[in-house]
Design a protein around this ligand. Structure first.
Ligand SMILES: [Zn+2]
Ligand SMILES: [Zn+2]
Length: 253
């Protein structure tokens, strides 16, 4: 049996049980790493050889750990920084590792996966905010760029300008003055469609309000956004209640 960490020589001989215990040990270390808890790779390797992986070499276990990193990398999941993905791995073994990772609940790591979709990103951030994030995340020096197709609404500039002009520098939600002067030298407020365009709301002055950024975000993201919306209808006389047709998917319009 080879002791070279780069050698996949004994790969076919690994049983499902051996792979499963290796994956279990790997995930335990990965969770520790993601949560900022210290762990000792050499000690884990020793324990495996003293127990369920008796007969395996240190190097072959290390190589398996790197195979697991490769499978996680392929699944776009986080992996242990100290085990660089070793991708010279048979596809059968890789499939087996992926299946075993799923069986051991690797999906719980999905919240750590970078995404180009704003709504998925905010879901993942909310999820991660409830966990203990011990370490400073590695992040990315040059984030990947993807092209995504989106649909958007054609908006009437006169409606927006009229709503801003009639607000006269005061938020129609809270009554406070615009928080700062915009690049155009005018009071900065944002125009929000009370019945969202995505719910078939109209792009008319009777469905649009000028809000400070706080009130605008409140309309989209706050727990009390429905109550706040009702308050807007009461506060701004020109608004006309429209009938929704689709769910507001919180796209910021
Ligand atoms: Zn406001
Ligand atoms: Zn809005």
């Amino acid at each position: 049996m080879s002791d070279l960490s780069s050698s996949p020589i004994d790969s076919s001989a690994w049983s499902d049980t051996e792979l499963a215990v290796t994956i279990k040990a790997y995930l335990k270390m990965l969770h520790a790493e993601l949560h900022g808890v210290g762990y000792n790779k050499a000690a884990v390797n020793r324990e495996l050889r003293a127990g369920p992986l008796a007969g395996r070499t240190k190097g072959s276990i290390e190589f398996r750990m790197q195979n697991i990193s490769a499978a996680l990398y392929e699944m776009k999941m986080p992996y242990i920084a100290g085990y660089l993905p070793a991708r010279n791995i048979g596809s059968a073994v890789k499939e087996k590792i992926i299946a075993l990772l799923s069986a051991q609940g690797v999906e719980s790591l999905e919240a750590y996966v970078p995404t180009p979709h704003a709504n998925v990103l905010s879901e993942r951030v909310s999820d991660l905010r409830t966990r203990h994030l011990g370490t400073v995340p590695r992040g990315s020096q040059s984030p990947e760029i993807v092209t995504i197709t989106t649909s958007t609404y054609v908006r009437d500039p006169a409606v927006k300008a009229w709503v801003l002009q009639s607000a006269n520098g005061q938020c129609e939600g809270c009554g406070d003055p615009a928080p700062f002067t915009g690049m155009d030298g005018l009071p900065y407020l944002e125009v929000h469609h009370v019945m969202p365009l995505s719910s078939h709301g109209s792009d008319k002055t009777t469905n649009a309000v000028a809000l400070c950024p706080n009130c605008h975000r409140r309309c989209h993201y706050s727990k009390d956004r429905d109550e706040f919306k009702l308050a807007l209808y009461q506060r701004v006389a020109r608004l006309i209640v429209e009938v929704p047709e689709l769910m507001d998917n919180t796209i910021l319009i």
